[in-house]
Structure formats: C-alpha cells, structure tokens
Design a binder for this molecule. Structure first.
Ligand code: COA
Length: 446
C-alpha cells in the first residue's frame, strides 16, 4: 500500500467515526459507568452537556480525577439520582460537589487508580481528549496516561474529543484510530494552571532541599505551591533527570536552563518521564511533539518499584498536617476530603527504594486558616501532637523520610518517636514549640 492510500484509508476510518456530542451522549444507558480523562485532558464538550440526558437515564457513575471546570450537574442535587461522580482527586469544583452530596472519593494510590477501578467496576464508556490523527492513523491522548489508556483498553466504548490545541505527546498516550469507537471534533483552549510566585518561605524551604539534592539525581515534584517553588532553587544543579507523576512548568525551566539532561538516569536515560502534564501554555508548547518527554501509564510510572530503579531518586511533596510521630495528612482537613493521596505515598516509598534516594515532605510551619462559620482567620501549627479527628493519613509514619519547614530539616527515617518529637518540634514555628512540648508530654508521645 503506498503512503497516499494508507493516509486515505485512515482518514476514511476517522471520518466514519466522527459524531456530535449529542449522538455520543445518546449511547449512555441507565446504570452505566463512564470514566473521564483527568485535569487538562478532560473532554469538556461532553462533560458540559452530560446533564442534558438526565431525563433519559438514572444511576450513571462518572469516575474522574482533578476535574478543572465546574459542570452543570456537579453541584445541583436535583441530578443526584441521575449522576454520581466518583473522584480520585478533589479540586475546588469537587470540594463544592462534596458539600452538595453529589460526589464520593475513591481512596487510592495513584499507580493503582485505573487497575483497581477496572477490577471493581467495568467501564462502559471512556471519554477523553486527543490531538489530531497523524498519517499512520495514530492520535495522542495528549496530557495524561494516568489511567486513561488502561481504561480505554477495556471500555465498551471509547469516545475522544479531537482538538488541534492538544499537544501531541508520546508514550502510552499514543492510540490508533482503530482502537477508538467515535471522535468528536473540538477546538477549545486547554485549561491553564499557573503556580503562585514563590514567596520568602518557599525560597528558604527550596534552598534547604536543594542543598540535599546531589547532581545527577532524578526528581519528582508533587502538586501544590511548595514543590513548584523548589524547582526554582535547583538552577545550579547538574544533570538532573525527571521521573514524575505530574510534569510541570518548573521542569521546563530546568530543562531549558540545561539543568535537566537525564544523562545520569539509570531508568530511561535522556527521557523525561511523567503520567500527566498540567501547567501553562509554555508547558503545553514544550511537550508538543517533544520526543524527550514520555507520558506513560500511571501504573508503571508511579509503581514504587519502578521509581526505585532510578538511582538518587528524589521525591518532593507537601502536606497539610503532620503529627509528632511523622504521620502526614496531605489530603483532608479533618474529615473533609480536600485533595487526594495521589502519588504521594507511591513516590515517597519509591524514592526510598532507590539507591541514594531521598523523599521530602515540605510544608510551612503554620497555616492561616479560615475559622469555621466566620470570615476570620487564625494561625495554627501544621505540626501537631495528634492529627485533627478524621484526618486521613496519606503518608504513614513508617514511610516518612525528610520533613522540611522554613525552620529547618528533620530527618525522620529510622528514628524513634522520642527523636521524632524533638526533631519536629525543632522545625515547628517558635510560637508553638512550648505548647507542642507540653502536649507531647501530657499525651506521653515519646
Ligand atoms: N489545617 C487546616 N487547613 C489547612 C491546614 C491545616 N493544617 N494546612 C493548610 N490548610 C489550608 C490552607 O489555609 C489553604 O486554605 P485556603 O485555600 O482557604 O487558603 C488550603 O488548606 C490549602 O493549603 P495550601 O498549603 O495552599 O495547599 P497546596 O495547594 O500547596 O497543596 C496539598 C497542598 C497537601 C493539599 C497538596 O500537595 C496535595 O493534595 N497533596 C497530596 C497529593 C500529593 O502529594 N501528590 C503527589 C504527587 S503529584
């Protein structure tokens, strides 16, 4: 077959699969399970019209992760019998849904998200986004392979919104037109996610962590303000590599500055490995058609035993609250789900399986929190004698390694409770240290 007729063959197949959003939604049946691609890869046209079929269906489950936009049925309890959202990771829109009782959290380690979901509930429809088809009939799932490819492989129907604005990425994102049931053409802008500018506390924390990162290390940066700020402090390092869940703008800066080369990586040398990307247009332009970046299945990238194959693997994540024994609550405020475990434990454990690896939990010593039921705020210590009732332990005290605040570094791996109490109080805010000592004694945390 010559090149021209091959292209025509795939184009014919593509056009035969082209449908409207309305047609796609007409395939949804009562009791179906729909899985949506995550974050910036979410299929916005289908999700924004899902509520229009509410009179035709009941009890449809929608599993998703990190949804960026707030869709019409999200917080409206009148759709409760029609749609139940189940989420792997909460974002502001999902926190609102939780208040409305229209969502339930799926506890998970990210590398098991797709695998375990598949074991639990069959997927009737996978909906996602893709960059346009190439001459060989391949499209790219673009910004995420966290669970998308693995769910698409077992779903009854795979429907993708094909958008020329989605970057074309390589790895497990690559999908052939023959593996897709229907395509919907789309042209919306990709959601942008701008990290806040690092402040003085971020810079202090970043510098302390940077001092402990050796040249030739492979890094993972977690979600939240501090991990992003840390990347700015790594500019004078040499030959760093990337093996991360989330690919970020800071990593683009490090590559462009010649800091990230991947030359010393012991797993996939030269490649920047991630499971999804979320950031600004600069990031999306960088990963577009970039053979140096591979977006691979979350079940592979975030498997601690895979992570551990990178020598000098460094994971950098953050937490909401840590108790004096080292238990980290990184996903809930008391019993209220705030985000998710995501890959925090995966990457922290993986980094410690690595030869020369280190895992960091970085946090401000205090938080200025809203007082429930009022407009006032108060300052609390994020290092506490015991976690707030209901708090979810995202990273167990058995797996915590370095903890860093703007007041210093506590290396907890291998230490006793007594040593942890001392080390953590030493990096707590000075205003809270006496109180922490007192409470530790009263509670006999030693
Ligand atoms: N008690 C009560 N509220 C607290 C708190 C505490 N101990 N610590 C922080 N908060 C509040 C803050 O005041 C802030 O509230 P506001 O929005 O009203 O100002 C909110 O919680 C968020 O805190 P912030 O420190 O700004 O969060 P962040 O955006 O930097 O994200 C995590 C931090 C921990 C939520 C985020 O990193 C996360 O979800 N981690 C788990 C997943 C993970 O690490 N994955 C790694 C692989 S990507």
């Amino acid at each position: 077959m010559n090149a021209m007729s091959k292209t025509n063959k795939y184009q014919d197949l593509y056009f035969s699969k082209k449908i409207t959003v309305e047609k796609a939604l007409s395939f949804v049946k009562t009791g179906d399970h729909i899985v949506s691609a995550l974050a910036a890869a979410e299929p916005r046209n289908m999700l924004s019209k899902l509520h229009t079929i509410s009179e035709d269906i009941t009890d449809v489950r929608v599993s998703t992760c990190l949804p960026i936009l707030e869709y019409p049925y999200f917080c409206d309890p009148s759709y409760k019998n029609q749609f139940l959202m189940e989420g792997w990771f909460y974002m502001p829109a999902v926190r609102k849904m939780h208040e409305a009782g229209t969502v339930s959290y799926i506890p998970n380690h990210l590398h098991f998200a797709g695998v375990r979901r598949n074991e639990h509930r069959h997927t009737n429809m996978f909906i996602g986004t893709a960059s346009p088809m190439d001459e060989h009939g391949y499209l790219s799932l673009s910004l995420s392979a966290t669970y998308e490819k693995e769910i698409a492989q077992v779903a009854d129907l795979v429907i993708l919104e094909v958008n020329p604005k989605m970057p074309r990425t390589f790895g497990d994102t690559i999908i052939h037109i023959s593996e897709i049931d229907y395509v919907i053409e789309a042209d919306y802008d990709i959601p942008l996610f701008q990290s806040p500018e690092p402040n003085e506390k971020d810079r202090i924390i970043g510098r302390q962590i940077a001092e402990l990162i050796e040249d030739g290390s492979t890094i993972q940066l977690g979600i939240g303000g501090i991990p992003n700020a840390v990347s700015a402090e790594l500019m004078n390092k040499k030959d760093l590599g990337i093996h991360t869940e989330m690919f970020t703008d800071g990593m683009v800066d490090l590559f462009e500055a010649g800091v990230v080369t991947g030359r010393k990586k012991t797993l996939q040398p030269g490649k920047m490995v991630a499971t999804f990307a979320l950031g600004t247009k600069k990031l999306y332009d960088f990963i577009n058609n970039n053979p140096g970046v591979v977006i691979l299945n979350g079940s592979y990238v975030n498997d601690p035993y895979v992570i551990g194959q990178n020598h000098k693997m460094v994971s950098i994540n953050t937490t909401l609250e840590i108790d004096l024994t080292g238990q980290c609550c990184s996903e809930s405020i008391g019993h209220r789900q705030f985000s998710g475990t995501g890959g925090q434990a995966d990457t922290a454990i993986g980094a410690q399986l690595s030869k020369g690896g280190k895992s960091f939990i970085a946090l401000y010593s205090t938080a200025n929190i809203r007082v429930p039921g009022s407009n006032e705020r108060k300052t609390i210590s994020k290092i506490v004698p015991r976690l707030t009732p209901g708090a979810v332990v995202s990273l167990s005290r058995n797996d915590v390694d370095y903890v860093v605040t703007e007041y210093g570094v506590a290396h907890l791996k291998g230490t006793s409770i007594r040593e942890r109490v001392e080390k953590l109080i030493a990096i707590a805010h000075p205003d809270f240290r006496e109180q922490l000592k007192r409470e530790a004694n009263e509670l006999m945390i030693w």
